[in-house]
Design a protein around this ligand. Structure first.
Ligand code: 9YT
Length: 134
């Protein structure tokens, strides 16, 4: 069994702060855990608005707290995000995430992240990235 605690993990290299200033994410479960997915608790900072396109990954995102919206770029649909909302990027959807207040999200990635990934200039994570070292 694997047991980890968010507040403990936040003071380790599991906490990744995005260089673009839009978010931070504490990666509680990673590829090295051999579960076939990774699990992160992500904070989207208030007033952030940014585009992502996870060409190499599928992602599920569950809103724990905060308010925002996600827009699918292909058709311009805007989906409100409130506590309890789940959005799932099952089509590698190119999207814009907007945070009207700070949002706490639980995120699952398949395939799992290695640990140190930040977005490339297309808003994707590369499949090859360094694992975190604790
Ligand atoms: C919601 C979202 O995709 N935010 C970007 C960070 C990502 N969740 C991550 O790396 O944990």
């Amino acid at each position: 069994m694997i047991v980890r605690n968010l507040s403990d993990a936040q003071s380790t290299t599991r906490r990744i702060v995005s260089p673009d200033g839009n978010w931070e994410s504490t990666r509680l479960l990673l590829k090295s855990d051999n579960m076939g997915f990774s699990f992160h608790i992500t904070t989207i900072y208030a007033n952030a608005a940014f585009q992502m396109h996870y060409q190499n990954h599928l992602e599920s995102v569950y809103c724990i707290s905060g308010e925002g919206e996600v827009e699918t770029i292909a058709d311009g649909t805007r989906y409100p995000i409130h506590p309890g909302t789940l959005y799932v990027l099952d089509q590698h959807d190119k999207h814009i995430l907007r945070a009207f207040s700070e949002m706490k999200m639980a995120c699952v990635f398949n395939p799992p992240l290695n640990g140190t990934e930040v977005h490339n200039n297309e808003g994707a994570y590369e499949l090859e990235a360094d694992a975190i070292t604790l």
